[in-house]
Design a protein around this ligand. Structure first.
Ligand SMILES: NC(=O)C1=CN([C@@H]2O[C@H](COP(=O)(O)OP(=O)(O)OC[C@H]3O[C@@H](n4cnc5c(N)ncnc54)[C@H](O)[C@@H]3O)[C@@H](O)[C@H]2O)C=CC1
Ligand SMILES: O=C(O)[C@@H]1CCC=N1
Length: 282
């Protein structure tokens, strides 16, 4: 069965109209939610007006009033803002409302402790390619979220790209790999382009070649279904240029760097939860 919306999808409110809020907004409208059924809350009136003009939805400033008759509330706020906003909205949430959060680090229990008992919470870790429908998200159910709540979350994310279910204990690792992952790839593209400049290519040409190479390599991985090691070996002619380059990447610790980077991101995800918990008054 298609995960997309076929009937009455209910009212959906997105708290925070930033990068992720917009990605979710574009996704739900593409999935069949009517523009009249979607509201975004955003304190920046300029940003709100821009979203309203481009997507035809209503963008407002007050969180408590906005969530009052919402069937689903998507939390797309920075982790530090989540506690204060939950304090604002807790008394206004409908008892059957589903809370879906994309905030890094914060476990479902963070929400469950701050909203009425029994509220269903689903935690999501998306990434920015969601904005063009090529994202990767993992979702995890809180203590009161049912199969129907997970299925609704999958409908919300259906047009943002890959959606997988994961155990909540794995969400910090997911954050380190696919949540932050696009930044690592952009870093690699930038480094590759800079290497081209070092070798005498113009900056524009080097970037054009680096972007097309990463896009093509990703598409080849996806379409062939081959293991990355096999595809790497296919590029590496015996005694050729590629093995000479890969030896340097190993010698400079690039693989170890990725492992350490992922551990640092996972640890930072855990710290975000501890910091949000320790914030005064929330
Ligand atoms: N940007 C990314 O690649 C990813 C971000 N996330 C998570 O998504 C969440 C949002 O991140 P971004 O969209 O990147 O941040 P952002 O800064 O672009 O968006 C946050 C938005 O919330 C608004 N906001 C601040 N206080 C508010 C309030 N009291 N009520 C309503 N709106 C308020 C801000 O004006 C801003 O537009 C974060 O928790 C982050 O961890 C998760 C995965 C990937
Ligand atoms: O950097 C961050 O904290 C967020 C979470 C994953 C991607 N961006």
């Amino acid at each position: 069965m298609s995960p997309e919306v076929t009937g009455d999808a209910g009212r959906l409110v997105i708290l925070g109209g930033g990068v992720m809020g917009e990605a979710i907004l574009a996704g739900v409208l593409a999935s069949g939610w009517g523009a009249d059924d979607v509201v975004v809350t955003e304190p920046s009136t300029a940003r709100g007006a821009d979203l309203a003009a481009r997507y035809g939805i209503r963008c407002v400033v007050g969180n408590a009033a906005a969530v009052r008759d919402a069937d689903t509330v998507v939390v797309a706020l920075k982790p530090k803002d989540v506690g204060p906003v939950l304090a604002e909205i807790a008394g206004s949430l409908a008892p059957a409302a589903l809370l879906v959060s994309v905030a890094a680090g914060l476990p479902c229990s963070f929400y469950e402790r701050r909203v009425p008992a029994g509220t269903a919470v689903v935690r999501v870790m998306p990434n920015t390619p969601a904005v063009i429908g090529r994202g990767a998200s993992a979702i995890s159910a809180g203590a009161h979220a049912t199969e129907q709540h997970l299925a609704r979350t999958e409908r919300i994310l259906a047009r943002t790209g890959l959606v997988v279910r994961a155990a909540e204990k794995d969400l910090d690792a997911v954050t380190a790999i696919s949540g932050s992952g696009p930044a690592y790839v952009f870093y690699v593209v930038d480094a590759l382009a800079e290497a081209g400049v070092l070798l005498g290519l113009t900056r524009d040409r080097a970037r054009q070649l680096a972007v097309a190479t990463v896009a093509g390599a990703a598409a080849l991985l996806e379409e062939s279904g081959e293991h990355p090691v096999i595809l790497r070996e296919r590029v590496s002619s015996p005694g050729g240029t590629t093995v000479a380059a890969l030896r340097e990447l190993d010698a400079h610790g690039v693989r170890a760097g990725f492992l350490a980077a992922a551990e640092a991101a996972r640890d930072r995800s855990r710290e975000l939860a501890a910091e949000a918990d320790a914030a005064p008054g929330v």
